[in-house]
Design a protein around this ligand. Structure first.
Ligand code: HEC
Length: 351
């Protein structure tokens, strides 16, 4: 008979790790179960079946956990609770035993093994696990060329909305591009002005960072089917990298990307747009758009940066609608654009 490694856990505390044969192992499980039925009122039965507590040191870790662990579910991200991976009990989150998991990337087994030996999944453990396997689980393209082949040329201004910005995310000026068709569908699906602006699954936003006229790094976010966005970074040669340059510490992907994008803080220069702002720690801060596109009434109607309804922080809907308003006043708008402007109460639409 094969010896089995068994940890006795009672009332959440590991009592001992012992090596036993499988007959003794089954007997021990019975003994512990009977002891529990007899005496324990705390919900330890699940711990016997192998659930590991997760402690991310955050008031509400649910969103972060759903993004992190959902990254290992299905091909384009999935619900980790439905997939049998995560479980909430009495406001605490647990990683369930792998025998409950469905459609989960095998790399998640490592988190279970590490958690089992540490007896909990701490923030540090979760961070280092993600840094070792997130890109692998997300099948991140090794070269940015693959994105170009799939998405087309994002420097083509006919299909892409492109905005030059220098702000809080990077010490470099960024050129951020998103497909016009994606912004249009996001605006089209808004029913009430207050409703969130949600982008279609698969939407990609590309941020190229410039220094001396060259792209020195590129960040990409892509919307998954579970509603979260994946984060990626590429270096000056277009190779996948796990960090983005920033002082005092580089930002690691994805663990440092969630901070601002999941938070509620507002950043300059988006917060003050269409007004301009003074220089920041890395020099000038700006959003460069043509003068006619600094439309204060659309900014306040959409409140896009403050709402960050789809965790995007840029002003794509605002600038797109401002372009439409401009086309309307020049008599160049299509009927679809006029309808859209009307829905958002843009004045020139009714003229
Ligand atoms: C310090 C806060 C902060 C952190 C941390 C941060 N971002 Fe951003 N990010 C922003 C802001 C503000 C914008 C909007 C303005 C801009 O594009 O610079 C933005 C925009 C973006 C965009 C364009 C889509 C959008 O939301 O408008 C991408 C892509 C992006 N960030 C990727 C990343 C990646 C990858 C990481 C992690 C390495 C990251 N971000 C970390 C603040 C942050």
């Amino acid at each position: 008979m094969n010896p089995l490694l068994t940890r006795l856990t009672v009332a959440g505390r590991s009592l001992a790790t012992v090596t036993v044969d499988s007959a003794t192992h089954s007997m021990l499980i019975w003994v512990v179960m009977i002891a529990c039925i007899a005496g324990c009122s705390s919900p330890q039965a699940e711990d016997i079946s192998g659930a590991i507590p997760i402690r991310l040191e955050r008031g509400d870790p649910e969103r972060l956990l759903r993004f992190y662990v959902g990254s290992y579910v299905g091909e384009t991200g999935g619900d980790p609770v439905l997939a049998g991976v995560l479980e909430e009990r009495e406001n605490s989150w647990f990683l369930r035993h792998p025998s409950f998991w469905q459609e989960v990337d095998t790399s998640l087994q490592q988190l279970y093994r590490d958690g089992l030996s540490a007896e909990e999944i701490s923030k540090d453990l979760m961070d280092s696990f993600l840094m070792s396997s997130y890109y692998f689980a997300r099948r991140a393209p090794q070269a940015i060329e693959v994105w170009r082949e799939n998405l087309g040329d994002w420097t083509s201004l006919e299909k892409w909305l492109s905005i030059d910005v220098k702000g809080s995310m990077s010490p470099f000026p960024r050129r951020v591009a998103i497909k016009r068709s994606a912004v249009l569908s996001a605006l089209n699906q808004v029913e009430e002005i207050e409703s969130p602006i949600l982008y279609p699954v698969g939407t990609a936003v590309i941020g190229e960072h410039f220094s001396n006229g060259f792209v020195v790094e590129t960040t990409i976010m892509q919307k998954r089917s579970d509603g979260f966005w994946d984060f990626f970074a590429y270096d000056d040669e277009g190779q996948l990298v796990d960090r983005v340059q920033k002082q005092p510490d580089d930002m690691m992907v994805p663990i440092r990307c969630t901070g601002c994008h999941f938070g509620t803080r507002q950043y300059e220069p988006e917060r003050s747009f269409p007004a301009r702002v003074e220089d920041g720690p890395d020099g000038p801060r700006f959003i460069e758009v043509a003068e006619g596109l600094r439309n204060a009434s659309i900014v306040s109607t959409l409140q896009e940066h403050a709402k960050r309804s789809d965790i995007l922080l840029g002003l794509y809907g605002t600038i797109y609608l401002s372009e439409i308003a401009q086309r309307i006043s020049r008599g160049e708008a299509t009927s679809e654009e006029i309808g859209l402007a009307f829905k958002f109460g843009i004045e020139s639409a009714s003229q």
